[in-house]
Every structure is written in structure tokens, then in C-alpha cells.
Design a protein around this ligand. Sequence first.
Ligand SMILES: *[C@@H]1O[C@H](CO)[C@@H](O)[C@H](O)[C@H]1NC(C)=O
Ligand SMILES: *[C@@H]1O[C@H](CO)[C@@H](O)[C@H](O)[C@H]1NC(C)=O
Length: 229
Amino acid sequence: MLTSTLFIYISCIILGLFIALFSSKRKRELQKQNSPSAQNTKETPIQLDKLIIGLGNPGQSYENMRHNVGKLFISYTANKFKAQLKKINQGYLAILNEDTDQPKIGLFNTYCYMNISGKSISEVIKKHQVKVENIIVVHDDLDNAFGKVKIKEGGSAEGHNGLKSIIEYLDTKEFLRLKIGIDRPNSRDPVVISPYVLGNFSSEQLNRLNSEIFEKGIEILKSKNFIQS
Ligand SMILES: *[C@@H]1O[C@H](CO)[C@@H](O)[C@H](O)[C@H]1NC(C)=O
Ligand SMILES: *[C@@H]1O[C@H](CO)[C@@H](O)[C@H](O)[C@H]1NC(C)=O
């Protein structure tokens, strides 16, 4: 009699311990699920069908430079389609059609020096599972008149530090480029070329970029199915 009472008594204590342990574990799990940091780390990166990449240098003083025209184009395009460029580890990314059934288009600006852009670009491509044939790199083009916009498939870096880095990191030259003409000073000497590409657009040129030239770029991207019409 005494032993069975003792047995029931001990069993109750053990059962009580189990219930307490289980409910505190459950509570911790619920807390974890609701905390924003846990949500971020668990979230798998969205798979992108296309990725449009702008080249440039980081920092305010570089913002309106000729060499930054790719980044300016991406900012313009994100703004036009009301998509927000959000900070990610590799730079800034906006996603078009994020909450729809349409193909998902990434607009990406690097946030590192031009000459190492390939590193962050290769990381973003891997993270968002984009095929190299579905990327296009937007950059400044010395060999065309200011405002001329052209698409080009593959080819060498043509002395462009950003393209050089991308070719190195992706280990291929076979990717599309959207080239925006910035004119060439009357020289091939780096001593002349370098300050020219690192020089600012005039305010009149910035106006033209934002009123007509970037629109031409968007039309070309639509014709190549990078952006839906
Ligand atoms: C270009 O403009 C920025 C301001 O947007 C300024 O800080 C910078 O010094 C200018 N660069 C040159 C080379 O004039
Ligand atoms: C890249 O460019 C920056 C700024 O011009 C320079 O300080 C750096 O040494 C360059 N890095 C490489 C790997 O060329």
C-alpha cells in the first residue's frame, strides 16, 4: 500500500517535470519563429529569372561620374518601376514582380570598387540561382557617342576594369552587356582617359540621361525580354 502510493507520487512528479520541460521548449520555439532575425536567416533567397547589373564605384563623390552610368541606370530603373533597392551583403538589390507570377527580375548595384565587382556579382548570381545567360551588365562605353545605347553579346573587357573583374570571377566572356556611350576624349592615353571616366557628367548630360537615354536602355531590355513590356 505504502509502496504503490509512493510509486504514484513519484510518477506524478516525473510526469510534471516532462510537461514543464516540453512546454518551455515549445515556448522557446515559438519565440524563435517570431523573431525577425530567425526569419531572415531561414528565408531562402528568391530565385531570379533575370539579373540586370549596374557597374560603378561606391560613395557619394563617385555618384555622378561617367564611370558610374551603369549604377545610375539601375537606380533610375528601380525608381521607374517603384522597386526599392535594398542593402544585401553584396550591394543593393531590387526585385521586379516579386509578389506576382511574372518572371522575377533583379536590379543589382554593386557596393565595392569597380575593379573587384566580379566577386560580389558572382556571389549574387550563385545566391539567387541566375544563369549566366540571364544576366546583363550595364556599363559606360568610351567607344560610343554620349547617349548611344547598345547591346553586346560577349567579347573582351575593352580595358574596362569592371568587365575585367567579372570575366575573371565568372571565368567566361559570354555574358550580355548594355553599353551606354560616354564619348572618348581625343586620346588613348590612360593619363587622359582615367580622369575623364572618373569625371562627373554635366548637369545637362544628367538631365538627358534621366529624360531620354535611360528610357532607350529600358526599351532595349524589353526587346530582349529582360523587362516585361
Ligand atoms: C563630382 O561631384 C561630386 C558631388 O556629386 C563631388 O563630390 C566630386 O568632387 C565631383 N568630382 C569631380 C571630379 O569633379
Ligand atoms: C581597385 O581600385 C581601388 C581604388 O581605385 C584601389 O585602391 C585598389 O588598389 C584597386 N584594387 C585592385 C585589386 O586593383
